[in-house]
Design a protein around this ligand. Structure first.
Ligand SMILES: Cc1cc2nc3c(=O)[nH]c(=O)nc-3n(C[C@H](O)[C@H](O)[C@H](O)COP(=O)(O)OP(=O)(O)OC[C@H]3O[C@@H](n4cnc5c(N)ncnc54)[C@H](O)[C@@H]3O)c2cc1C
Length: 417
């Protein structure tokens, strides 16, 4: 692990800080401090600033609208945006830029890159992720959404679930079964599907907080152009795995900063509520402090590999388990500090269902309780804690692999043994 930054990276940090100073109003303490309506409007304007400076998809080559940043510059940029409490893009950008955009750069045809990438950056295309299904989550390769070629179009039938941000998306990348008569990891195709058509229906799922950030997505004879295949027909599994690597990447740089800001806010809450003399509260705050420091070093270990251009290793799984379980612990402490106020939470709810509330968020009970409820999902999405521990058991500890289960084609496996 190398916790230092080369001088060129520190110069780049100054450039980003100067850009932030020139755009952020005086007294800025993070987007969370703005009332929700104003925060939405400001985030839209800020997205345009990032796009105009090539910083929305900063790692992309300049010819596709990026800034061609080096790995260490990408890390510095992510850190500075997180520290300033400004978003790195709109909610659908995580799917559009980080996931499908990066995947197209790796697997897409030149025509696909030229068509899709500018539309992602302009915001004309807003993406979501159609991987999980009722019978395919951890065992993703078991998916059963079917796609059949009909002339020059694919016809899709089936159901996806937990589709985050589908309510604001107009394109979805879908893993579909195109050949059921081969083993389950084969015969899967990665398809780009427009959502504004009668064959695609999005039904919101109500979450614990009462918000609906994710959805069920139904395909009934939905259609997409035959050319909207990424990586080849029946060869979508490798594409899907590339994309998951992008899904799990960025947090190593930003989470330690965001969790530190959140913990500082929690210490403030404890002080205001006169709880910092309580030895048990002090012990839990100290424990949280130590965990955020450990998380910072775990993040640096991932980033060291990333900056050196090495493929992500099992440390990504250590990091995912660590931050998601930490977040459940620390938000339980927040609810304990709120006491009875947590039972009927007043004030502003978190503006995102993922991770911490925005930097600068008010100390409202609803912000903490909402974040506590949202943190329950952290150990599920992007690979559950059990699956991460399986990976660690096999790759790090060298424990025996899980039993392989029945063999056969996907169609055979659907039948009872
Ligand atoms: C907030 C949120 C947002 C999401 N957003 C999206 C999205 O945008 N798009 C999308 O496609 N999906 C999304 N997901 C789905 C997510 O990827 C799945 O929930 C996850 O992969 C787990 O799958 P599952 O829910 O089907 O649980 P299952 O796979 O059915 O697992 C149930 C339980 O069994 C355990 N388990 C399963 N297999 C094993 C095993 N082999 N060994 C040990 N334990 C095991 C799991 O750890 C879990 O505890 C989202 C999920 C959440 C919670």
């Amino acid at each position: 692990m190398d916790p230092s930054y080369p001088p060129a990276a520190e110069r780049y940090r100054e450039e980003i800080r100067a850009l932030l100073r020139s755009h952020l109003p005086a007294g800025w303490s993070g987007i969370g401090a703005l009332p929700p309506e104003e925060a939405r409007r400001w985030a839209g304007e800020w997205r345009q600033v990032l796009a105009a400076n090539g910083l929305l998809a900063a790692a992309w080559p300049a010819e596709y609208g990026g800034a061609g940043l080096t790995a260490v510059e990408q890390v510095v940029l992510a850190e500075e945006l997180a520290r300033a409490g400004v978003p790195a893009g709109a909610p659908n950008d995580a799917f559009g830029i980080q996931m499908v955009g990066n995947t197209l750069l790796r697997w897409g045809t030149e025509d696909q890159k030229r068509y899709f990438l500018p539309r992602i950056l302009s915001g004309e295309h807003r993406w979501c992720q159609g991987y999980s299904e009722p019978g395919a989550g951890s065992d993703l390769a078991n998916l059963s959404t079917r796609a059949v070629l009909d002339g020059d179009e694919w016809v899709l039938n089936g159901q996806k679930v937990w589709t985050s941000a589908a309510q604001s998306a107009n394109w979805i990348f879908v893993l579909a079964r195109t050949d059921p008569d081969v083993p389950k990891h084969q015969g899967i195709t990665f398809l780009l599907v427009p959502m504004e058509q009668p064959g695609v229906e999005v039904r919101p799922i109500r979450m614990l907080t009462g918000a609906s950030e994710f959805n069920e997505t139904f395909f009934t004879d939905a259609r997409t152009d035959a050319a909207n295949v990424v990586g080849g027909v029946d060869r979508g599994w490798a594409v899907a795995m590339t994309l998951l690597g992008f899904e799990r990447g960025e947090a190593a740089a930003t989470n330690p900063i965001l969790f530190r800001a959140e913990l500082d806010r929690l210490v403030g809450l404890a002080r205001r509520r006169g709880r910092t003399a309580d030895p048990l509260v002090r012990q839990r705050l100290a424990d949280a402090h130590a965990r955020v420091e450990i998380m910072r070093y775990l993040g640096l270990r991932s980033l060291t590999r990333f900056v050196a251009g090495e493929a992500p290793g099992p440390e990504g799984s250590v990091f995912k388990v660590y931050w998601s379980e930490y977040h459940q612990l620390v938000t339980e402490l927040a609810v304990d500090l709120l006491g009875a106020d947590a039972t009927e939470p007043a004030g502003r709810w978190p503006t995102t269902a993922f991770g911490t509330d925005d930097v600068g968020a008010p100390d409202d009970p609803a912000s903490w309780v909402g974040t506590f409820l949202n943190a329950r999902a952290g150990t599920i999405y992007a690979g559950t804690s059990q699956i991460q521990r399986n990976i660690l058991g096999e790759l790090v500890l060298g424990l025996p692999k899980e039993p392989a289960g029945r063999r056969g084609t996907w169609r055979e496996l659907q039948q009872a043994p």
